[in-house]
Design a protein around this ligand. Structure first.
Ligand code: LLP
Length: 422
């Protein structure tokens, strides 16, 4: 390795990737994924929990990533028919697929039943009865868990809280037990247990402990009514350190699960997304222009259409220059923005970066592997960016940069408009 290479990711100099495929460019590290997948698994093993792990692929859905995790023994948590098809195509077995989501169409439910996936997490009485009918028309029995809204404040950003009363997710806590009893008598439903998801980017143990304790109480109550509960899906939500947060460890989560659910004699599963994917990915971008003033701006070639999180949740991401010399120069506060015509297209305010950053320099936006590329849009007719995978020093393009031609290919202009002149 050469010191002049500047910033590396999994041993590969980022400037070589940028020179070859251009920017903006999403980069995923396969080994970071593997390492984290292993760490998480071992945390549960250490607490003697046989945890089935289903990666929340909404956080990063590329088939190459799913393949990596499949080899680590992970299944997937899906939220749409599209994700199901992607996952199965990547080689995930139907027994490793759990279907969550507040609004599943008839077609999506039918596909899930026909493919014999492991479990469908149902979110309302209405959905449960609809699913029973669909399963009957398919001549099958669907394996179902009821997703409960435990009414717990996850103490995270309002827009990523999912388990408070009033959030759209899950079955109201006080309705769930009665529905379980009803569901147990449905012919084409096999009720296997309960599911919960409290929120995302959770940083403390308390909401987990509260949510899982409530679930444990429910399991006892349901059992006392004579129904069987075989499994509990603990959801996702484990937070990471983006800036200076004290991030919870997998060991903490495993400890809380062991303490609250460990003696219930149920099969346990987890749906982690961000904890696995966020630190496994970066967004590489080049400075298009700088603009001196108060404040001074760095205008990148990546924008809010690529990485939406700062505009949507005011999220903080590390931004580091790629060039080796940049690290030793004096810093100045910069507003780091993208070229999209919106004031919310801003990645960072008054961020201290080298004062001599200039047009053409590369920067990396860190911890953008979760809810990054998957949330991109083509706003301002900006094509979807290239995706690259690094693995043991090798790297490959895993998604070509979309072309403008591809972006507009499915549009049509009705013939009559051409002859209509006001
Ligand atoms: N399971 C269910 C049912 C979920 O709704 C979610 C995330 C997960 C698992 C995974 O949670 P995680 O381990 O990643 O925290 N776009 C937002 C995050 C939305 C999360 C929605 N649900 C963001 O960029 O912060």
């Amino acid at each position: 390795m050469d010191a002049r290479d500047g910033l590396l990711f999994e041993g590969v100099p980022l400037h070589t990737i940028a020179a070859s495929v251009g920017t903006p460019c999403w980069i995923t590290g396969a080994n970071t994924f593997r390492q984290r997948a292993k760490t998480l698994k071992q945390a549960f093993e250490a607490h003697k929990l046989n945890m089935h792990l289903h990666f929340a692929m909404k956080s990063q859905d590329h088939q190459a990533v799913l393949t990596v995790l499949h080899h680590c023994g992970y299944g997937v948590d899906i939220v749409s028919g599209g994700e199901m098809i992607r996952a199965l195509r990547a080689g995930i077995q139907p027994e490793g697929v759990v279907f969550s989501g507040v609004g599943k169409s008839d077609e999506e439910l039918r596909l899930a039943i026909e493919k014999n996936i492991r479990q469908i997490n149902v979110e309302s009485a209405e959905e449960l009865f609809r699913l029973n009918n669909i399963a009957a028309t398919c001549g099958k029995i669907a394996r179902v868990a009821l997703r409960v809204n435990p009414d717990v404040d996850a103490k995270t950003h309002d827009k990523i809280s999912t388990g408070r009363a009033g959030d759209k997710f899950g079955i109201e806590h006080n309705q769930a037990i009665q529905l379980y009893a009803q569901g147990a008598s449905l012919k084409n439903i096999h009720l296997v247990g309960l599911a919960v998801h409290l929120g995302s980017q959770m940083l403390t143990a308390e909401p987990f402990r509260k949510g899982y304790s409530r679930l444990a109480d429910m399991v006892r109550e349901i059992r006392s009514m004579g129904h069987s509960v075989e499994s509990i899906d603990c959801g996702g939500g484990l937070g990471i350190c983006y800036k200076n947060e004290i991030a919870p460890s997998p060991d903490m989560l495993a400890g809380v699960i062991a303490e609250t659910l460990g003696d219930l004699d149920v099969e346990l599963s987890l749906e982690p997304g961000r904890w696995l994917s966020a630190p496994s990915g970066i967004l590489l971008s080049r400075v298009i222009e700088t603009k001196a003033g108060s404040p001074s701006f760095i205008i990148l070639d990546a924008a809010m259409n690529d990485l939406t999180r700062p505009a949507m949740y005011d999220s903080w991401h590390g931004i580091v220059p790629v060039a080796p010399t940049a690290l030793s120069t004096p810093t100045a506060p910069w507003h780091v923005v993208g070229p999209v015509c919106e004031s919310s297209d801003i990645f960072a305010r008054a961020r201290f970066l080298p004062e001599n950053l200039k047009r053409g320099d590369l920067v990396a936006l860190l911890d953008t592997g979760a809810y990054g590329s998957v949330m991109s849009s083509t706003y301002n007719s900006r094509p979807l960016a290239t995706q690259v995978l690094i693995d043991n020093g090798k790297w490959a393009v895993i998604r070509q940069r979309q072309t403008i031609e591809e972006l507009i290919a499915s549009e049509t202009v009705p013939e009559w408009l051409h002859s209509h002149h006001a």
